[in-house]
Design a protein around this ligand. Sequence first.
Ligand SMILES: [Zn+2]
Length: 267
Amino acid sequence: MENMPRHRWLPSAVGALLALSAMAAAAEAADCPREGTLGTSRVLAVDPKLYPRVGLKSFPQTLPLHDHEVVLTFDDGPSPLTTPKVLAALAKECVHATFFLIGEHAADHPDLVRRIAADGNTVGHHTWDHPSLPKISLSRATDEIDHGIAADELALHGVAAATPSTPFFRFPNFESSPALLDLLQSREIAVFGADFWVSDWIRMTPEQEFKLLVGRLKNARKGIILMHDTKAWTAAMLPTFLRYLRDNGYHVVHLVPLAPDSGAKQL
Ligand SMILES: [Zn+2]
């Protein structure tokens, strides 16, 4: 949830390696569904009118997931150091996630934003630079939300649109206010909390994180999971976690925006 230092440059050798791994991951993503992988079990189109805010950590309502169904969400990216590893892990298991991007990071790394989407993942919004929105004025908070959406849309589609192509938003640190919740609802932008998280804003080893996450999953049995694609330990842990989901009968649900002709089941 917290912000991270931004990396404005990369040594060329690292950049070349990332490009190679990106090509390999894109090939794997294009080759889905693939036998032996976890795979996305179903696609759900979320209607913000029916589900204006979801996630039991913040709200009384959440998505109607079945037992052993999970939704993977990642916040605060993209980061050139860790997001490619997360994308590679998802592509290897043929699963899709929702990424709530920080607009400033999207502006710095539009190529990564496009890759997130090209791999079949969903792009949601997480403000321009991750302030605590209730601590600033309503007009500044509104600007933060709008600027973030515009930056994400510019990276995705080349146009700084005010209306998000995917109307999904998550508050930085889950800090909302009644006025901002009303504003987003009036604009038909669904607010995503989480049903549980892995607390990866705390530094830990991938092994510790895996144990913590599996313990919380066993307790919750289903739900929207919050992780951060900006954390090295999460990127390192993810392949093991996805394999655990596959081996233990869990199913990954992919959320998409509501579209009349999408063919997805409408919530
Ligand atoms: Zn965040």
